[in-house]
Write a protein that binds this ligand. Structure first.
Ligand code: NAD
Ligand code: WQD
Length: 337
């Protein structure tokens, strides 16, 4: 299949491109590199023996997207491109609404104009808001607690409306839980621009010595050890979920939301202990007050993905932490020459 991958040089996009190329799909990436490096492309080539086609452009740029659709004639789109930092989205909400929502609407308009109506969209477990009790399933009410989350929810709602208006569309909104890990080769992984917001990149940068100490945000939650519990999922499992979603589009009409999680919860302290063991470096940490907006426990009901996509996560927490550490220890400064 010929596929357009927006945000394909990013963390999850690059792992998905590797799996797609390995299966013989034809891939063109569009990314403006606002949160990724062009070096990813040569790493993907090293892993797969194939250099993906790449266009540096912004998804808000309608002319650039029209050119891409005319030139490459993709049959389906996997839409990863977006800004994703929750805290930053509170500070610069308009940038998030413009980049994520306007950019997505421009992309969907250009898709429609070129009669490309197969789409897999990167949504997030954040759309379950703070009022549902885990395990979270797709029938639960959605809501958002910050501008980033609201962009995901708005895009999902736009896509439900779009599919209702025109039955030619086949759309899957994949709701990711907490992606971690890296490709087993250690050649691609997560490389945040600034100080990481998410737990795993923070822990691994402490272990490699780039950061002094982890702050554990609260140990007074109603969880087994008092720290926050999340559903961590290996990024390669997540990438494989996209392949299954793309295959499923052929038999699906309309728009469907599907969780990609493992169904298991792991606490912050379990992550810290596991990472210390695997890296052979004791990760120093300090308990600090809760982070605003965090909730105690988030994990998926992963049954729908199994039923509809025939997909389930295969990689365990040890593999997730080992692969994260292989990436971080062989690329201590991330993507550099
Ligand atoms: P990432 O930042 O590594 O990848 C996103 C890519 O999109 C980057 O390469 C960035 O340069 C590109 N991009 C951003 N705005 C763009 C624009 N206007 N035009 C073109 N390219 C643009 O993030 P990721 O972790 O790979 O996440 C991918 C998607 O999955 C995002 O939409 C994110 O919101 C969603 N998501 C991520 C997580 C997570 O924890 N990583 C969880 C749930 C959902
Ligand atoms: C995990 C746990 C923190 C950092 C976020 C987004 C969500 C989705 C995934 C995109 C929590 C604790 C963290 C640190 C800590 N992204 N923590 N010290 O908050 O579950 O989800 O990323 O869609 O929308 O909100 O992930 O990795 O930030 O936190 O103690 O320095 O680690 O409190 O319990 P989160 P996270």
């Amino acid at each position: 299949m010929k596929l357009l991958i927006t945000g394909g040089t990013g963390y999850i996009g690059s792992h998905t491109v590797v799996e797609l190329l390995s299966l013989g799909h034809d891939v063109v990436i569009v990314d403006n590199l606002v949160n990724s490096s062009e070096l990813v492309l040569s790493r993907i080539e090293k892993i797969t023996g194939k250099m993906p086609q790449f266009v540096k452009a912004d998804i808000c740029d309608r002319d650039a997207l029209n050119d891409i659709f005319s030139t490459y004639k993709p049959e389906a789109v996997v839409h990863f491109a977006g800004l994703k930092a929750v805290g930053e989205s509170n500070d610069i909400p308009l940038s998030y609404y413009h980049n994520n929502v306007t950019g997505s609407v421009v992309l969907f308009e250009v898709m429609a104009a070129h009669n490309v109506k197969n789409l897999v969209f990167s949504s997030s477990a954040t759309v379950y808001g703070e009022n549902n009790v885990s395990p979270l399933d797709e029938t639960m009410a959605t809501s958002a607690t910050n501008p980033y989350g609201r962009t995901k929810l708005m895009i999902e709602e736009i896509l439900f409306d779009l599919a209702k208006s025109d039955s030619d569309w086949s759309i899957i909104n994949l709701r990711y839980f907490n992606p971690i890990g890296a490709h087993q080769s250690g050649l691609i992984g997560e490389d945040p621009n600034d100080i990481p917001n998410n737990l795993l990149p923070y822990v691994s940068q402490v272990a490699i010595g780039r950061l002094a100490q982890l702050q554990v945000f609260g140990d007074d939650y109603n969880t087994p050890d008092g720290t926050g519990v999340r559903d961590y999922i290996h990024v390669v499992d997540l990438a494989l979920g996209h392949i299954k979603a793309l295959e499923t589009l052929a038999t699906l009409s309309g728009c469907q939301a599907i969780n990609l999680g493992t169904g298991n919860g792991t606490s912050v302290l379990q992550i810290v202990d596991g990472f210390s063991h695997i890296s052979g470096t004791k990760v120093p940490f300090k308990i600090v007050p809760r982070r605003a907006g965090d909730i105690a426990t988030v994990y998926a009901n992963a049954a729908l993905a199994k039923d509809v996509l025939g997909w389930q996560a295969e990689r365990n927490l040890t593999e997730m932490l080992e692969d994260t550490w292989r990436w971080q220890s062989t690329n201590p400064q991330g993507y550099t020459e």
